[in-house]
Ligand binder design. Structure first.
Ligand code: SAM
Length: 435
């Protein structure tokens, strides 16, 4: 495979391509580099860059220079899979590297075009780029390190470049889990021992231990990756063990009511009971506590539950029966907390929800699962009815989730919709389709 690179600084690549596996791949005749400076495509003393149109600092690489470079390299080595580099490009990850490796092998010519200064005239990307790669949400001085990252990541996927194929197949991000922890000699170092099981010789037990460790690391540190992957039933089950148990409470007491938003109680709503139970079951919630101290309201809920749990409900609609099994009626939030504590042996973390931004010190977002799960405690999400949870409940909570917003000024979600949205954002699977 031919790899051509058009760069302002070709000298950056000399040690990089003359070292280790990349050097060996060249020696084996698997890859061949041609690294050309942009300066080769201008006349002596002519500049490769020019100032941007409109206000703004810095210089940009001129399009004709890129044009001449691309045409010359494609003339020598045939049509290339051409990659440009920019913070606005597609975020580099393992599936994208796999895509690049496949395209590079198909074409037999991979061309990398790292920029410098303020980048390249936008028209060249439009004209030539098969892919624009970003290596992260930050700005570097140039695209050469990103180009080297693409090479490091892509070349190891080309059969024969890395000695042992399996070291490439079974590793972080090649499936839903990151790699398991590895250990080598000595057996004891600074008082820390290599886990006994790894020296047991029991391959099945080692494989199981490794899968557990990999799943634990992934759930706790790469949950967004995990939930973006297609998962088998078995993988879901393994991962689930490391997600602390979650509960939901819907409060009809200690809520704000009426136009003056005064403290009060609200009536139960059958559609909330059904829909929240269905969301709770979908997202693996242990129990949905419906808290109302009003005894006449409890009678209504119990009647509804009796139908679905014990009377015609189970045969009329078994799914609905299944969902409503998670509903527990209680008087107050305190009863739900006590129930969970008794069942789990630990007090739950209380995460309140609100339609408005409240106490900044307690605020958490939908990116904070790892931090919360690190505490190894059950989690109770608290939802309010009426005009929302009272300050008493918010004060009592350990955390308050940021409100759910859309790109509009309307802020009036029903609580059952908020429950569904929040549970999905917090712990829902969000699978993506790979290239
Ligand atoms: C100083 S940067 C230009 C930044 C550009 N003005 C912006 O704000 O997006 C110069 C070049 O470095 C490369 N570069 C910088 N950060 C990058 C990143 N996160 N991913 C990929 N390439 C990057 C690109 O080739 C870019 O054109």
């Amino acid at each position: 495979m031919k790899i051509s690179i058009l760069t302002v600084f070709p000298e950056l690549y000399s040690a990089f391509i003359d070292t280790s596996l990349i050097q060996r791949a060249q020696e084996k005749g698997m890859i061949e580099f041609d690294i050309k400076p942009f300066f080769d495509f201008v006349k002596p003393k002519e500049r490769i860059d020019a100032p941007p149109f409109g206000p703004g600092a810095g210089m940009m690489i001129r399009p004709e220079v890129v044009e001449k470079g691309v045409e010359s390299l494609e003339k020598s080595y045939g049509p290339a899979f051409k990659i440009f580099f920019s913070p606005h490009g597609q975020q580099l990850d393992q599936p994208l590297l796999q895509h690049i490796a496949q395209k590079a092998q198909e074409k037999g010519h991979l061309m990398l075009l790292p920029a410098r200064y303020e980048g390249m005239d936008a028209r060249v990307e439009e004209q030539y780029a098969d892919l624009i790669v970003s290596v992260g949400d930050f700005v570097l001085m140039g695209g050469d390190i990103p180009a080297m990252m693409v090479l490091e990541g892509t070349l190891r996927l080309i059969p024969g470049v890395v000695g042992k194929e399996e070291s490439v197949k079974e590793e972080s991000f090649s499936g839903p889990f990151v790699d398991y922890p590895g250990y080598t000699e000595p057996v004891t170092w600074k008082g820390k021992k290599v886990p006994e099981i790894l020296r047991s010789g029991n391959h099945a037990a080692i494989a199981q231990w490794r899968q557990q460790e990999a799943a634990y690391r992934t759930v706790r540190h790469h949950f967004d990756w995990l939930r973006s992957c297609p998962l088998t039933h078995q993988q879901k089950e393994v991962a689930k063990q490391f997600i602390p148990r979650h509960y939901v409470a819907l409060l009809h007491h200690d809520v704000l009511v009426g136009p003056t938003r005064s403290l009060g109680t609200t009536s139960v709503t059958s559609i909330d009971i059904h829909d929240i139970a269905r969301s709770a079951s979908t997202f693996g919630i242990q129990n949905f506590f419906l808290a109302t101290p009003l005894q006449d309201q409890q009678v209504i809920v119990k009647k509804l539950l009796d139908f679905w749990l014990h009377e015609q409900g189970p045969t009329y609609n078994p799914n609905r029966h299944e969902a409503l099994k998670s509903v527990l009626v209680c008087d107050y939030l305190a009863d739900a907390i006590a129930h969970i504590e008794q069942k789990e042996g630990k007090k739950p973390l209380l995460i309140a929800t609100s339609a408005w931004e409240t106490d900044k010190n307690k605020a958490i977002s939908y990116y904070d699962q790892s931090r919360i799960w690190q505490e190894n405690r059950p989690v109770l999400f608290i939802f309010g009815t009426g005009q929302g949870l009272s300050p008493v409940v918010l004060d009592q909570s350990d955390y308050i989730l940021l409100p759910v917003h859309g790109f509009s000024d309307f802020n009036h979600l029903s609580v059952r919709s908020a429950v569904a949205t929040i549970l999905d954002r917090w712990m829902g699977i969000n699978e993506r389709i790979l290239l």
